[in-house]
Design a protein around this ligand. Structure first.
Ligand SMILES: O=C(O)[C@@H](CO)OP(=O)(O)O
Length: 224
């Protein structure tokens, strides 16, 4: 039986400043680094076989910091998945292959693209456009923020990626870690837990707190 662990990156510099981030590539804050260390300690007994992160530094940092706490002796190695970069990061040495945890980073797991809200303070935006409007942009399923992605648009890239790249690894009994973002993970949890458009509005994913599933009989079961 394999496990699937989802983790939203630790607090970022812009989470701290309460600014819409989306595809802006900001790093973790000091608190975010501590959250990643704590999460890694919580997960330290799980021997991961494959790790997926978005292309964004806050998710990659979280995965690598958490894995540094892991008790398995394996070394996480970040691999690219496209063109020349893939070629350059490919590993040929069998000893290294046996001892590594491949860490794949892929843009399909990136945070929802927040369009014109990126870089704006969340509280000031609510004052400018009204709380109800901003809440809809942030948490509704199919209302996109101006020139950005709705959760539905985000799901159109995260779910095919999840089904094609992650599920086959679970079927092989592997332990998988996905390090991603508040909204890219909301779309994945919605899919796994069969949440409705209405239920997903309430779904909040906290920074640096692992969500654990067991993969049994071709199903993902929440492990509370
Ligand atoms: O700014 C963002 O990219 C996200 C996650 O921090 O915002 P929200 O709080 O609306 O999910």
């Amino acid at each position: 039986m394999g496990k699937l662990i989802l983790i939203r990156h630790g607090q970022s510099m812009w989470n701290l400043k309460n600014v819409f981030t989306g595809w802006v590539d900001v790093p973790l804050s000091e608190q975010g680094i501590h959250e990643a260390i704590q999460a890694g300690k919580q997960l330290s007994e799980i021997s991961f076989d494959v790790v997926f992160t978005s292309m964004q530094i806050r998710a990659a940092e979280t995965a690598m910091i958490a894995l540094a706490q892991n008790k398995s002796d394996k070394t996480p190695i970040l691999l690219h998945s496209k063109g020349q970069l893939e070629e350059w990061s490919r590993i040929y040495d069998q000893k290294m292959i046996d001892n590594m945890i491949p860490v794949h980073h892929n843009w399909h797991l990136n945070e929802r693209y927040y369009g014109e809200l990126q870089g704006k303070n969340k509280e000031e935006t609510a004052k400018e456009f009204g709380e109800a409007q901003v809440y809809q942009w942030r948490r509704s399923y199919d209302i996109p923020p101006p020139k950005g992605e709705s959760l539905k648009d985000t799901a159109e890239r995260t779910i095919p990626f999840f089904e094609k790249e992650v599920v086959p690894e679970l079927e092989k009994g592997k332990n998988i870690l996905i390090s991603a973002h508040g909204n890219s993970l909301r779309s994945i949890v919605m899919h796994i837990d069969h949440l409705s458009k209405e239920e997903v509005i309430e779904l909040e994913i906290q920074t640096g707190q692992p969500i654990i599933y067991d993969y049994e009989n071709n199903q993902l079961i929440s492990n509370k």
